[in-house]
Design a protein around this ligand. Structure first.
Ligand SMILES: NC(=O)C1=CN([C@@H]2O[C@H](COP(=O)(O)OP(=O)(O)OC[C@H]3O[C@@H](n4cnc5c(N)ncnc54)[C@H](O)[C@@H]3O)[C@@H](O)[C@H]2O)C=CC1
Ligand SMILES: O=C(O)C(=O)CO
Length: 328
């Protein structure tokens, strides 16, 4: 295949095979350091490339897009979430945005279940006993957790990942409930034996576990705010593998400390690495470093999707994973 003249800038290091394939197809520029590009480096990149491949650690905001050169025509995000990209401004400037949905679904749903079990079955506390050598041997009343079988799971955002969580949770014997922007089609709802709640307030008040799986958008920012968090049963736990901004992290921390919420399993945080320090101190909280989709297989497939999106665009067609402002 002849080498396209498209100039592609990738902001972080990607799997070797992905970088190799990109370099075979395009004029590729990599960020050799694998730390997020400085704003100056990003400005230089958008001024002088046809395609930018950012990740969620880049802030592709209106000011940056305002400095983009005429050449920039596609932002092919390496990741499903696009809340770090001003998609509306990109659209106004004639820049397409694509993402990598689907290939992150199953891994992120697996991690959602892992967090749910880690919190309800106190896995970190057990691990700590084994690592410190403090285990006193089996005791009938030690290390008691809560069974998830038979419990009510409320999924906030019943899209790809939400539905994959529902499939897994059903296999664990949980009852599936959900709140979504749009109700699922009756056949999809029936297949998951899922109960739809039009009112998020009513759903959160009745669940044993809440799983946050909607994207971060202006409409979902602090969807679980202080008022809603107060509606939760004191025995309920929250698992968030979507974006930290959907949950008011300070209000969640207060609720956990006050015993108004039983526990939380969090893969994502409202201010990135600036995690509320009080969250770290809580025994009923399991924190992970945004690793929901982090499998070698998934990262390779994300790269393949990026390549397909750029290649399709280079061939004069609409990228298959186009993100439109109306979708957000
Ligand atoms: N922790 C991790 O490593 C990962 C996190 N993610 C996050 O998960 C999010 C969801 O991913 P997918 O399931 O693939 O997306 P999706 O687009 O398939 O599903 C999102 C669902 O949320 C619903 N939704 C949107 N706005 C809503 C609102 N205001 N109220 C109620 N529901 C609303 C949509 O209707 C849709 O059904 C991504 O946007 C990303 O932020 C994705 C991959 C990995
Ligand atoms: O794809 C995403 O949105 C992530 O959060 C990382 O895979």
């Amino acid at each position: 295949m002849p080498k396209s003249r498209l100039s592609v800038v990738v902001t972080r290091r990607l799997p070797d095979a992905v970088e190799t394939r990109l370099s075979e197809l395009f004029d590729l520029r990599l960020n050799e350091t694998d730390s997020p590009m400085s704003r100056d480096a990003l400005v230089a990149a958008v001024r002088d490339c046809d395609v930018l491949v950012p990740t969620l650690t880049d802030n592709i905001e209106a000011g940056l897009l305002g400095q983009a050169g005429e050449r920039l025509k596609l932002i092919a995000n390496y990741g499903a979430g696009v809340d770090h990209i001003d998609v509306a401004t990109a659209r106004q400037r004639g820049i397409l945005v694509s993402n990598t949905p689907g290939v992150v679904t199953e891994d992120t749903a697996d991690m959602t279940m892992a967090l749910m079990l880690a919190v309800t079955r106190q896995i970190p506390a057990g691990l700590a006993q084994m690592q410190s050598g403090d285990w006193a041997g089996w005791q009938p009343m030690a290390n008691l957790g809560t069974r998830i079988g038979g419990k009510r799971l409320g999924i906030l955002g019943m899209g790809r990942i939400g539905q994959a969580v529902a499939r897994r949770a059903r296999a664990f014997g949980m009852q599936i409930h959900y709140h979504n922007r749009r109700r699922l089609r009756p056949d999809a709802e029936a297949a998951l034996e899922a109960t739809y709640w039009e009112s998020l307030d009513q759903m959160v008040a009745r669940m044993d576990v809440i799983s946050v799986n909607c994207p971060h958008t202006p409409a979902t920012f602090h969807l679980l705010n202080a008022r809603r968090l107060k509606l939760l049963k004191p025995s309920a736990i929250i698992v968030n593998t979507s974006r930290g901004e959907v949950v008011d992290e300070n209000a969640l921390t207060r609720g956990l400390r006050a015993g108004e919420i039983a526990g939380a399993g969090l893969d994502v945080f409202e201010r990135g690495r600036q995690i509320n320090p009080r969250l770290r101190e809580l025994p009923n909280v399991v924190l992970l470093p945004h690793m929901g989709s982090a499998t070698r297989e998934g990262r390779a497939e994300m790269g393949e999707k990026v390549i397909i999106n750029i290649k399709t665009f280079a061939d004069g067609h609409r990228p298959p994973d186009l993100v439109l402002p109306s979708m957000l």
